[in-house]
Design a protein around this ligand. Structure first.
Ligand SMILES: Cc1cc2nc3c(=O)[nH]c(=O)nc-3n(C[C@H](O)[C@H](O)[C@H](O)COP(=O)(O)OP(=O)(O)OC[C@H]3O[C@@H](n4cnc5c(N)ncnc54)[C@H](O)[C@@H]3O)c2cc1C
Length: 458
């Protein structure tokens, strides 16, 4: 997702020692610095103008211990690396729904995946991380060692160091899963929202259901895009999703899949992967249309039940934007229904991740081509996502308390102009204290600038 090619140097390291040397060098010479894992940052946080980018793409090794079911991944691994390695032992880890995303980049901010309904977030399955700190020293953070750092890196890890190795609890996954994508015409939207409104009562944690708006090439206008997941047998899955199948989708790509293919089902939406498959070029792209569109991902949240009229009005708004700016038609808006019970079992102050409660992420990924539209599209996107949050999100609920329900903001989806309090809520003061201890000179500031003064933007 990064588009800024004006970094001073990109250093592709091959060992922990080399990576630590780069951190020490940047800190010593006060050179702006950042880390690049999978390159899917939603805010350009893995590039830095005129500075040094520590590129971890040569550090992708994964090791699985089938007896303890502990999986160890190097800091540059992608979810695809983990999924494939774990599957050899009929194991799986909670990983992102797009397998080209960096393991560390997603995990350190939280990490949602199709297995979240069964096992929580990626950070809830993180056993330890080896971190290169701002002074170049390497320490292990876990429940036993440096517990305060372990608290911080589970939700705000990008601000505390380089995760050079991560250890995860893997889970038995000895059977294929049912999953895939569906397309519906817009007149089916009210019925799909009705199904979404049943989701909380129907799910036992083994399902996922995303729906939203997209404009696939084969269709003239905006359609309703759906992605389904069921960790179980085909008949049970078809029964669970029968209210959707009975609507008669225009396109149906659901099937039984080996688990290690699951996180590839959304690659159809991912222009970066599509283009890379076509040309083999690197993921960090210059920001002009000779190589691809400009992009912005931004999140919000909803609670159930959703008002049908409200969601239909969002569809209309989205469709109008795509018609007005036809070259933005690769954009998408998704309501990401992953069961929340496991996430909410962990209190909001138990880790730095401050968004645990009975609500669901919404993501919008806008793509466009013309630089002069930047401000316009950003502002349309911001307004739309704010509108969703204030009308249908957790903060709009009566009796909402940030300490109990969390912020409703997923840091990895948060954009760059939110105040830090809005993302980290009541955990912010402790995070700021720990920043003083572990990164006093704010070397790691490109993700969310936790040290930004109150009332200023991040
Ligand atoms: C199309 C799309 C789909 C997405 N789907 C999901 C999803 O299903 N679930 C989910 O939870 N999130 C999802 N995300 C959000 C994603 O988790 C974040 O954007 C994540 O930060 C990307 O990590 P990366 O390594 O690929 O990106 P990068 O751009 O390489 O890094 C992102 C941030 O993490 C830092 N970072 C990367 N590696 C390390 C490391 N080893 N140590 C310290 N800091 C590091 C970078 O400096 C940067 O600040 C999605 C994003 C996009 C664009």
């Amino acid at each position: 997702m990064d588009t800024d090619l004006s970094q001073g140097a990109m250093v592709r390291v091959t060992s922990t020692n080399e990576a630590a040397t780069v951190v020490r060098f940047a800190a010593c010479h006060k050179i702006p610095f950042t880390v690049k894992g999978g390159g899917y940052s939603t805010t350009g946080a893995s590039t830095t103008q005129g500075g040094i980018v520590l590129d971890l793409s040569n550090l992708r090794r994964v090791h699985v211990d089938p007896v303890s079911r502990v999986l160890t991944a190097q800091g540059g691994a992608l979810w695809e690396d983990i999924d494939v390695a774990a599957a050899q032992y009929r194991l799986a880890v909670v990983g992102s729904t797009l397998n080209r995303i960096g393991v560390a980049g997603a995990t350190l901010g939280g990490g949602y995946g199709w297995l979240t309904g069964q096992y929580g977030l990626a950070i809830d399955n993180l056993l330890w991380a080896r971190m290169i700190l701002a002074d170049g020293s390497v320490i292990t953070a876990s429940e036993e060692q440096h517990q305060d750092l372990f608290w911080a890196i589970r939700g705000a890890g990008q601000s505390f160091g380089v995760a050079i190795e991560l250890g995860f609890q893997a889970h038995e996954q000895d059977r294929p899963v049912f999953a895939g994508t569906l397309l519906f015409s817009a007149d089916n939207l009210p019925a799909i929202i009705e199904f979404a409104n049943q989701f909380e009562t129907l799910t036992n944690g083994k399902q996922g259901f995303w729906f939203g708006f997209a404009s696939p090439p084969s269709i003239a206008g905006c359609a309703i895009f759906v992605a389904v997941f069921y960790n179980g047998a085909q008949m049970a899955a078809q029964q669970f999703f029968s209210p959707l199948f009975s609507l008669g989708p225009m396109d149906n790509r659901t099937q039984m899949l080996p688990y290690d293919s699951l996180n590839g089902i959304l690659n159809v939406l991912d222009t970066v992967t599509r283009r890379r498959n076509l040309t083999g070029f690197d993921i960090t792209l210059p920001d002009d249309e000779s190589v691809g569109p400009r992009k912005s991902l931004r999140g919000s949240n909803i609670t159930l039940p959703l008002e049908v009229d409200f969601v239909v009005s969002l569809y209309t708004e989205f469709d109008v934007i795509l018609k007005k700016f036809p070259r933005s038609r690769d954009s998408i808006l998704l309501f990401e229904l992953l069961p929340t019970t496991q996430i909410a079992k962990v209190p909001n102050d138990a880790t730095a991740f401050a968004s645990r409660g009975p609500y669901y992420n919404v993501s919008s990924l806008f793509r466009w081509h013309d630089a002069h539209l930047d401000e316009r599209i950003h502002s349309l996107q911001r307004d739309m996502m704010n509108h969703i949050g204030t009308r249908a999100g957790i903060a709009a609920q009566p009796n909402y308390k940030v300490s109990k329900h969390g912020t409703g903001v997923y840091a990895n989806y948060a954009g760059h102009d939110l105040p830090m309090e809005a993302i980290f809520g009541d955990n912010l003061p402790r995070l700021r204290e720990l920043k003083k201890k572990y990164d006093p000179n704010n070397i790691f500031s490109k993700w969310h600038n936790i040290n930004a003064p109150l009332d200023t933007l991040g």
